[in-house]
Design a protein around this ligand. Structure first.
Ligand code: NDP
Ligand SMILES: O=C(O)C1=N[C@H](C(=O)O)C[C@H](O)C1
Length: 241
């Protein structure tokens, strides 16, 4: 993934679990300054955010919205990668507008999953009328707290947007799997499967850093998703050709 143009932002990390640590390591490799690493011990305040241009939040469903609000109050744009809190998005969107702040959220920061959302909607459009039955299987490591995954819910929404019915989701928790999503369309004599497999969680970390740089680069106040980041990359590429 290509990083957007603009200054390299100073980043604050909120949540130093698997994702926080992976982002910290990747940022060090890429020369991106991490000015704060906040865990349970540190409240999110203007002071603890330490002059960051943007915060990246990967914690847990019960903490994400409060942390995002604290970033808004501190005037720091925030990228939220935590899943499992989307019921609160309408209220958080109101808060973003009231604060004149910037928030970007995504259930999955990989380019492949974001492309799969469009493919899933198109496949549902074509296969629904041909009588195919859809099912989704998501597989993750045993330490994952939410089920179904945020990505599975996003794929199910994409299928519905393509005119498909509600998609049943099976969540499998086993070993150390970083994240695999298989969308199955089944008919009496054949089956179509769309699978995305993350081989390493660095793919999510890289996407989150690209999103953070994009959000820090002086966007209009509002709520954004990874689709906005990828669309502006495509527009940029088209403008250059
Ligand atoms: N959008 C995407 O592309 C991806 C999203 N995710 C999502 O990101 C989230 C985190 O995943 P992961 O890093 O694997 O989870 P981990 O459990 O490894 O890490 C979460 C960390 O957040 C800490 N934490 C919890 N509450 C707070 C708080 N209020 N303030 C500061 N820190 C806090 C936890 O501390 P403690 O352990 O002490 O409670 C823990 O260190 C999950 O919701 C997951 O689904 C994951 C990968 C990719
Ligand atoms: O918790 C994880 O690990 C992951 N969570 C995200 C989700 O819930 O969709 C993204 C990825 O699949 C890894």
């Amino acid at each position: 993934m290509t990083a957007p143009a603009g200054d390299v932002p100073r980043v604050a990390l909120i949540g130093m679990g698997r994702m926080g640590r992976t982002i910290a390591a990747l940022a060090a490799e890429r020369g991106i300054p991490v000015v704060a690493t906040l865990d349970h011990e540190h409240a999110v305040t203007a002071e603890s955010l330490a002059g960051a241009d943007v915060a990246i939040e990967f914690t847990e469903p019960g903490a994400a919205v409060g942390n995002a609000r604290a970033c808004l109050a501190a005037g720091v744009p925030v990228v939220v990668g935590t899943t499992g809190w989307l019921d609160a998005l309408p209220r958080l969107t109101d808060d973003v507008h009231a604060a004149g702040g910037r928030l970007l959220w995504a259930a999955n920061f990989s380019v492949g999953v974001n492309a799969m959302l469009a493919v899933a909607a198109a496949a549902a459009r074509v296969l629904r009328d041909a009588g195919f039955d859809a099912h989704l299987v998501e597989t993750h490591h045993t330490a994952k707290k939410d089920a179904p995954s945020g990505t599975a819910l996003a794929i199910a929404r994409a299928v519905r947007a393509g005119g498909g019915d509600e998609v049943p989701i099976t969540a499998v928790r086993v070993g150390h799997v970083p994240g695999t999503h298989a969308l199955v369309f089944d008919a009496p004599f054949e089956q179509v499967t769309l699978t995305h497999e993350a081989r390493d969680r660095r793919v999510f970390a890289e996407g989150a850093l690209v999103a953070a740089r994009w959000l820090a680069a002086g966007r209009t106040p509002g709520v954004y998703t990874m689709q906005d980041v990828l669309a502006s990359g495509r527009e940029g590429a088209e403008a250059r050709t």
